[in-house]
Design a protein around this ligand. Structure first.
Ligand SMILES: [Zn+2]
Length: 241
């Protein structure tokens, strides 16, 4: 909420956007405080956005799912704190930039850059045991960037933003080729379904639909990370038999 408002992201506690009063610790308990105070500021009574409890809940679920995935299929046997922390950082940044994209229709370089940095550190840490990983994941990142970059270039920014291409690079780099392809398919199918529904509901005839693609790519990446192997298995079964 504070990004690009001129306020510090690190210093200064949370405050009410209406009356500027600093919030006490008991007003900052995720999800609980919002409902305890009925979504209103205790001083001025101004309504507090439902975005807060929703994002808090989504963050909690994100952490839980990544933890379950990490304990279920550890990359090199045993639970790895570094892998876990980097995976959480990566997907939590994807959640943050999705919310920002929905609010402002733009993917800020700062958040996309941070996600790309998390992906780079993640792949580098993984490649200590398997050096070829850098090449394979790097290829996936470059391929996704070129694909989205081409869509951005040829549509002159109407279908995709350049921010989407940068995000696609981070997603490809983090996931590697096969899950990245799953993420690509999922994001296009869900994005197209929502886009068509939007056009039908609003009865408009234009290719410029104000629906940001970032959240679809982020959600597709998360589903591909969690269940990519199961989805591929089911899909192949469907195609072959
Ligand atoms: Zn207030």
């Amino acid at each position: 909420m504070r990004l690009n408002t001129g306020e510090s992201l690190i210093y200064g506690g949370s405050r009410c956007f209406s009356c500027s009063r600093r919030l006490r610790w008991f007003e900052l308990i995720p999800v609980v405080s919002y409902f305890a105070f009925r979504g209103k500021c205790r001083s001025c009574g101004a309504g507090i956005s439902l975005q807060y409890p929703l994002v808090e809940l989504a963050s909690g679920l994100l952490f839980l799912f990544i933890y379950l995935k990490s304990t279920q299929s550890p990359p090199t046997g045993g639970f790895e704190w570094i892998t876990f922390a980097l995976t959480i950082s990566f997907f939590w940044l994807l959640l943050t930039l999705s919310v920002y994209d929905i609010r402002h229709q733009i993917l800020p370089d700062m958040l996309v850059g941070a996600a790309a940095a998390a992906a780079i550190v993640f792949v580098t840490a993984q490649s200590i045991q398997n050096p070829s990983l850098i090449l394979v994941h790097g290829f996936a990142g470059a391929a996704l960037f070129l694909f989205f970059g081409a869509l951005w270039f040829f549509s002159q920014g109407r279908w995709m933003g350049l921010g989407d291409a940068k995000l696609a690079f981070a997603v490809g780099l983090f996931l590697g080729p096969v899950p990245a392809l799953v993420a690509l398919f999922l994001s296009f199918w869900t994005g197209a379904a929502v886009g068509i529904a939007w056009v039908l509901l609003n009865r408009i005839r234009t290719l410029k639909i104000p629906i940001p693609f970032g959240p679809f790519l982020a959600a597709g990446a998360f589903v591909a990370y969690l269940w990519g192997d199961i989805l591929i298995e089911q899909y192949l079964r469907l195609v072959i038999y």
